[in-house]
Design a protein around this ligand. Structure first.
Ligand code: GLU
Length: 374
């Protein structure tokens, strides 16, 4: 199948829209843009495609009703603005889709919701049920409760992870950034990339602060990162201007199309790699690095040489090599205080000395994801 066909035949699509495309420069929801976006989604839906919308704009929408002059910088005021804005935003979508007899449902996520297994299954189930019921789920980060450490901050990555979570066959990133360029578009010689086939095509790009939106948080860098996450898990990505939504969803040659580069992996691991913050670090000896990275084995106490951080069993931790580079991330099976007494000892020795419970891996291979080497 040709790459354009992947776009036109996708049965499930996640569309992400940026803050500046759903709010007006002077503040407030841009109803005209929301109607145009809804119409583009409805067109695609009428052709039998399930659509999930990831919409930013809660904070931007809340600015004016709170009488603020500009986007707040501190987390608490941002959260207050999101609390006010999210409701107004959903109201606008409810109206726009409702005029065509289509219901929308709100889903507010935090990264924790997806990394922890029980929560993850819940979020996945709700999204699927909404789609079965013919509802258009509208996802945003749960800005009002999330802490600085657990925050995505930008919805581009969130959209990539949601695309993977719902097993979408296409991710469309819409914003005021109309395509990926070889350099900032105002620079002479800069040209639009119609397609990105893989890392080699990205290597040449000079992102130089391009496309940094005024009211949202995403720029070109977060869009490339989102495209990487989705394509590495087998999902093609279209990056296009919000004003080209309809053309982008119809598979026309607008924006930039990223080819899928990899295959689906367990959703929890994708989120672990891209949406969690490590609570600590385990330094591995060379043998353990090899075992974990190349042979994909579980990490045992014998291979750990040092422990940093204050974590509890079940928390994400980074596994670092002798040079201090993070090479993998996993959910640890021990509390930080327990580990130092176990290091360098074989599981058999530990079981004999401390009991069978100490035979368990430090990080099980199923809870471990290799990070891209930086
Ligand atoms: N979640 C934030 C909001 O709705 C936006 C994050 C972003 O700009 O991508 O305001």
């Amino acid at each position: 199948m040709g790459i354009r066909e992947l776009v036109t035949t996708a049965r499930k699509v996640v569309v992400k829209i940026g803050s500046s495309s759903v709010t007006k420069p002077e503040g407030g929801v841009d109803d005209g843009n929301i109607e145009r976006l809804s119409a583009a989604l409805l067109e695609r839906r009428a052709a039998g495609t399930s659509c999930v919308l990831v919409s930013s704009g809660a904070i931007a929408t809340g600015i004016r009703p709170l009488g603020l002059a500009r986007r707040p910088r501190d987390l608490a005021t941002q959260q207050a603005a999101a609390s006010v804005g999210q409701g107004l935003l959903i109201e606008a979508y409810t109206r726009a889709f409702g005029e065509h007899g289509v219901r929308v449902g709100q889903i507010l996520l935090t990264s924790d919701d997806v990394i922890r297994r029980g929560h993850y299954i819940n979020a996945e189930r709700t999204l699927h049920r909404l789609l079965e019921l013919g509802v258009v789920p509208i996802v945003n980060e749960n800005d009002t409760v999330v802490t600085e450490e657990l925050r995505f901050g930008d919805n581009d990555r969130l959209a990539a992870l949601v695309a993977h979570l719902v097993r979408a066959d296409l991710l469309v990133l819409l914003s005021d950034v109309d395509a990926l360029y070889t350099a900032p578009p105002n620079r002479p010689g800069s040209r639009r990339l119609e397609e990105v086939r893989g890392e080699a095509d990205l290597a040449e790009i000079d992102v130089g602060g391009v496309g940094k939106a005024g009211v949202g948080t995403g720029g070109m860098v977060t869009k490339i990162e989102a495209a990487r996450i989705a394509t590495s898990a087998g999902i093609p990505v279209v990056l296009a201007a919000a004003s080209d939504a309809s053309a982008a969803l119809a598979g026309e040659s607008v924006g930039t199309l990223f080819h899928p580069t990899g295959h689906r992996i367990a959703a929890r691991l994708l989120w672990l790699a891209h949406a969690s913050s490590p609570r600590g670090r385990l330094r591995l000896d060379a043998g353990a690095v090899k075992a974990v990275i190349e042979r994909r084995l579980s990490l045992l106490p014998a291979g750990v040489v040092a422990v940093e951080g204050d974590f509890a069993a079940g928390d994400p931790v980074d596994l670092v090599d002798e040079a201090g580079r993070s090479v993998a991330r996993g959910l640890v099976n021990y509390d930080a205080v327990e580990l130092p007494g176990l290091l360098g000892r074989s599981t058999r020795e530990l079981a004999a000395a401390l009991g069978a419970a100490y035979q368990r891996e430090v990080v099980h291979r199923d809870d471990l994801v290799v990070l891209r080497r930086r």
